[in-house]
Design a protein around this ligand. Sequence first.
Ligand code: 5GP
Ligand code: ZN
Length: 114
Amino acid sequence: MTDCIFCKIANREVNSRIVFENERVVAFHDLFPAAPTHVLIVPRQHYSTLNDVPADQAALLGEMVATATQLAKDNGFAEDGYRVVMNCNPDGGQSVYHIHLHLLAGRKLTWPPG
Ligand code: 5GP
Ligand code: ZN
């Protein structure tokens, strides 16, 4: 996608604070953090919403979760806890249409979300 902000971040055409990357996924700090730690994990492959991910790409979704878990461990908040969430379409609160997993940590998070 040529006009996608997260594609541009993944390709380093737009600056962001990248904390991890490999051939398939990139993790970077959210520009407007909702918690002391707020990292977004995205696939390099552009999928607009969770609905668009083919069933045979389930491993990619698993790698996104595994990346979040590893970051939680590496940054010392695995024991206190954290939240991973993906928003889908307007009712889910999605605002950027390149799928991303939010990793939120560093404060007591409330439930249910708004
Ligand atoms: P959504 O609302 O789609 O679940 O989450 C999109 C997230 O992307 C939001 O938390 C928002 O703060 C973040 N965001 C939007 N634009 C940018 C950007 O240009 N750079 C970074 N690092 N985060 C962004
Ligand atoms: Zn994209």
